[in-house]
Design a binder for this molecule. Structure first.
Ligand code: ATP
Ligand code: MG
Length: 347
């Protein structure tokens, strides 16, 4: 069977970490019967340069027809004055593909413990997933208004939008430690009251999963105070944005954190949580782990290839453990050198 992967390398360090991840994927899947085809399409700033559009028609069509999408990173100072910004392409793509579920695993492997700004006794063993609603809530609610005198946004959730993200989180919890924390502000917000009520109703369908409700302010504190107490966190768009960025502090670098975005039945997209890091672009010094782990999420979540994903993940951690680490982790290894070491482990 053949799998078509739409590759959107994008801008800044995007093309470098994408090249690394694809080399690792090719090495990791060499002996499986599934054949992978990787085809690159212009996107973001690269889309503007190639076709005057951050999301060219050719790219959106290829994404809709692909079996999975790998995205590097987009944006950079070069397009600050462009009539259409690279970021618009990403919002358009998420909307067009209805990518409502953003999944961000936050793990701190032992090799990264010395880098975490949080004490080792607190952060050791951190391994949880933030499930963020991505296509509704205050980012999209109408009406909204901004004048010099007054401004307002609308936080709106329809019950079906809550149901589908909550079910997704329960399913993820079932495959893990079966502990779900739902984060809201139900003491204040109407949307949160509906959220909590919906979580309680859906919970009856998953009696094997324990559910706890936390207010977002308490959750924000616990994420850095007791990160190992979490298994799966589910929350609305705005809270998810803030909490998952907060959680990225735990491993001590942005360069190791992947994400996956899913729709109800269509294609999924896999990308690092960081941006295009223009300050280090083109220097072969970026940490490719975020992109490689995004690729392993693709293997697991789009293709049920957990074995290969495990092997790639273990190879990455083994290389980190041996001290072959990039600059963001205090090392001197180049992107290509780290990649070579991972491929060596895989063979
Ligand atoms: P965006 O607005 O697109 O999110 P940003 O301004 O928040 O971008 P990032 O691109 O996420 O910035 O990078 C933040 C910092 O982290 C940069 O200084 C960058 O060098 C560093 N960084 C991000 N990703 C990596 C990586 N994969 N390897 C090494 N350093 C990284
Ligand atoms: Mg950022």
């Amino acid at each position: 069977m053949k799998k078509n992967i739409a590759v959107l390398a994008g801008d800044g360090i995007g093309p470098e970490i994408m090249a690394s991840a694809i080399r690792v994927l090719k090495a990791g899947t060499k002996s499986v019967s599934t054949e992978f085809e990787y085809v690159e399409y212009p996107f973001g700033g690269a889309g503007i340069d190639a076709a005057g559009d951050p999301l060219p028609d050719e790219t959106i069509q290829a994404c809709q027809e692909a079996d999975a999408i790998l995205l590097g990173a987009i944006g950079g100072p070069k397009w600050d004055q462009a009539p259409k910004r690279p970021e618009q392409g990403l919002l358009q793509l998420r909307k067009a593909l209805n990518l409502y579920a953003n999944i961000r695993p936050i793990t701190v492997p032992d090799s990264l413990l010395p880098l975490s700004p949080i004490k080792e006794a607190i952060v050791k063993g951190t391994d949880f997933v933030v499930v963020r609603e991505l296509t509704s809530g205050i980012y999209f609610g109408e009406p909204r208004s901004l004048t010099d005198e007054e401004a307002y946004d609308t936080n709106r959730y329809q019950v079906h939008e809550i149901e589908r993200i909550v079910r997704k989180a329960f399913e993820i919890a079932q495959g893990r430690q079966k502990r779900l924390v739902s984060v809201d502000k139900a003491n204040v917000l109407a949307t949160s009251k509906l959220w909590r009520k919906t979580v309680e109703r859906i919970a009856k369908e998953y009696p094997d999963v324990t559910v706890e409700h936390q207010y977002v302010d308490a959750a924000a504190m616990l994420i850095v105070q007791k990160p190992t107490t979490f298994d799966v966190i589910v929350t609305e768009n705005l809270f998810g944005d803030i909490l998952s960025d907060e959680a990225s502090v735990l491993p001590g670098t942005l360069g190791v954190l992947p994400s996956a975005s899913h729709s109800e039945s269509g294609v999924s997209l896999y990308e690092p949580i960081h941006g295009s890091a223009p300050d280090i672009a083109g220097k072969n010094v970026a940490n490719p782990v975020s992109m490689i782990l995004s690729a392993t999420l693709m293997l697991r979540q789009s293709f049920n290839m957990d074995d290969v994903a495990d092997q790639i993940e273990e190879a990455c951690y083994a290389v980190l453990n041996e001290g072959t680490v990039t600059r963001d982790l205090g090392g001197t290894a180049m992107t290509s050198e780290f990649t070579d070491a991972v491929i060596e482990k895989l063979s």
